[in-house]
Ligand binder design. Structure first.
Ligand SMILES: [Mn+2]
Length: 309
């Protein structure tokens, strides 16, 4: 397994070997026909670079999750054709899942996610997908492309009917009608704030295991400003963490992706927030595995904090 030259968090090499790692971070810098802002192909590199500034210690967990080992893979050669691209991510993640690693995919635009969902579905035989996003992404095709970022949840729903959509602020009539006809649990940002109990009940009803697909435009633009299709009125940092904690604590999560960061020169906030989000998700996942008895407790280094290279 080829390692990325700039590993997530940039820790001492002993914390990012493939064989020891509990987690694999896979950069997948694909960008198709982005509707509005471009740059999602640069998202993974920006997240990896910003991650070097993220503290190893997670104050809420009281632990340094990176001690469980986080391997960062080199990005595969990604074909330009959308169907071939999705197949490429399917094959790449399927191969990683054979090693029983917890895989976190860094996009890239959102169109990549159905390939990862397919690999998880093949491994586990069943899958639910929780989408954090400003957009429903339920169009059957967008600009004649069924593999568009705006259609990715439609492609995922070709694989599984179990989807939950959180933080939506933008959809077309076709998507609204589809959600209504199929009773798809879709919550706008305002519904999430005004009636969290309804969304919590929908989460509880979701079968396991779960993939979390996190489009960073779910966040308020004060947290992540540069993304392919920004929308006002998104999640605050704490709201996002509270929802994620609820999911990781109550459901068996088997994979995550973080997509649609489109970094721009001079913006340090957006890549840092995305990098910290990735580390928070990794920490929450490992904490949940400890709680379920799947792992022993957090390793503690006898000589103090782990060094960076
Ligand atoms: Mn979106």
């Amino acid at each position: 397994m080829q390692a990325h030259h700039h590993p997530f968090l940039n820790p001492d090499p002993e914390f990012c070997t493939f064989t020891e790692a509990a987690v694999v971070v896979l950069p997948f810098p694909y960008e198709g026909n982005i509707s509005y802002g471009s740059g999602a192909a640069n998202g993974p590199q920006a997240i990896l670079e910003a991650s070097a500034q993220v503290e190893f210690y997670d104050a809420e967990l009281g632990a340094e999750p990176m001690r469980m080992g986080i391997f960062t893979a080199a990005a595969p050669e990604i074909p330009a054709d959308p169907a071939a691209m999705v197949d490429c991510l399917f094959r790449t993640t399927r191969d990683l899942l054979r090693f029983d690693k917890f895989v976190v995919v860094l996009g890239g635009d959102h169109s990549i996610s159905s390939g990862f969902a397919r690999a998880l579905l093949e491994k586990y035989g069943s899958l639910s997908v929780v989408q954090f996003d400003a957009h429903a992404d339920l169009r059957d095709a967008y600009e004649d492309n069924p593999y568009s970022h705006a259609s990715v949840l439609a492609r995922i729903r070709d694989l599984t009917p179990h989807t939950l959509h959180l933080g939506i602020r933008s959809m077309c009539r076709e998507e609204a009608d589809l959600a209504q006809q199929h009773a798809i649990p879709l919550f706008t940002m305002r519904q999430l704030r005004q009636h969290p109990e309804t969304a919590i009940a929908a989460l509880q009803a979701l079968p396991e295991p779960v993939l979390i697909s996190f489009d960073v435009d779910a966040f308020d633009t004060g947290i992540v400003q540069n993304t392919g299709t920004p929308e006002p009125g998104g999640l605050s940092w704490d709201e996002a963490l509270n929802w994620l904690e609820r999911i990781f604590k109550n459901k068996r999560v088997v994979g995550c992706d973080v997509v649609e960061l489109a970094p721009q020169p001079g913006d340090l906030n957006s890549p840092f927030a995305a990098a910290k989000l990735v580390y928070k998700m990794i920490g929450q996942q490992l904490a949940a595995e400890i709680d379920r008895g799947e792992r022993t407790a957090w390793p503690v280094h006898p000589t103090g904090p782990a060094p960076r290279t």
